[in-house]
Design a protein around this ligand. Structure first.
Ligand code: CA
Length: 233
């Protein structure tokens, strides 16, 4: 089935070239030229991925991202201006999956789109959730359960968790996580890993400041601690 990408970009020349190239790659496209229209299309049309500019009339990209995340785990790729260093991390803090800085090459953009175009994990309908009382990380089910309830994780958060949980106790550096989970040479910033881990802990841990499952090995990286929790990874 054809994937649909929503492009939210107020600069018409950029929007046009994005849409031209996305369609040439076989994607269907939706276009919005301001924040409110972008939010409306994101919620009504349920696209498979959103390319979201930061500086938009009506409502900025951060606010759009935050509101979309209230109800959807759709992959969001923020388009940020190179000089706005703080914007990169700000988008990730609000739940964006990735960012790309302007100006970007189409080749780079398409690589990012493909890397982020993943179905959000969700338990199969009608499936009996696992028993209460523990964390179940199941790559097979495509879901993570805590106390018998599925957690709402983004694709990236799910990928990080299943990657770490596949080898409990093994410490992975931020560079290794970037390479294996993000899946391409990253031009940006290893803080993206820390932000993603922090958001994941907020969903996963009873006390995110004193994590039980995803542990920081200071000066080295992160590891998953609980081999009891794994099922079919
Ligand atoms: Ca703009």
């Amino acid at each position: 089935m054809e994937k649909t990408i929503l492009v939210v970009e107020d600069e018409k020349a950029i929007a046009d070239i994005l849409i031209f190239n996305l369609q040439r790659e076989g994607y269907q496209t939706l276009e919005a030229n301001d924040g409110p229209a972008g939010l409306r299309l994101a919620l009504e049309k349920a696209p498979d991925l959103i390319l979201l500019d930061v500086m938009l009339p009506g409502m900025d990209g951060f606010e759009v991202c935050k509101r979309v995340r209230e109800t959807s785990q759709v992959p969001i790729l923020m388009l940020t201006a190179r000089e706005e260093e703080a914007d990169k991390i700000a988008g990730l803090e609000l739940g964006a999956d990735d960012y790309i800085t302007k100006p970007f090459s189409m080749r780079e953009l398409m690589a990012r789109v493909k890397a982020n175009m993943r179905r959000a994990p969700a338990p199969a309908a009608g499936e009996t959730p696992p028993a209460e009382g523990k964390l179940v990380v199941s790559a097979e089910r495509g879901a993570v359960y805590k106390d018998g309830k599925p957690l709402e994780l983004s694709v990236r958060e799910f990928d990080i968790l299943t990657f770490l949980a596949a080898e409990p106790g093994k410490v992975f550096s931020r560079e290794q996580l970037m390479e294996n989970v993000w899946g391409y040479e990253y031009y940006g910033d290893l803080r993206a890993v820390d932000v993603a881990i922090r958001r994941l802990r907020e969903k996963l841990e009873d006390q995110p400041a004193q994590p039980r499952y995803i542990i920081t090995k200071r000066g080295f990286g992160y590891y998953f601690s609980d081999s009891e929790a794994i099922e079919g990874v």
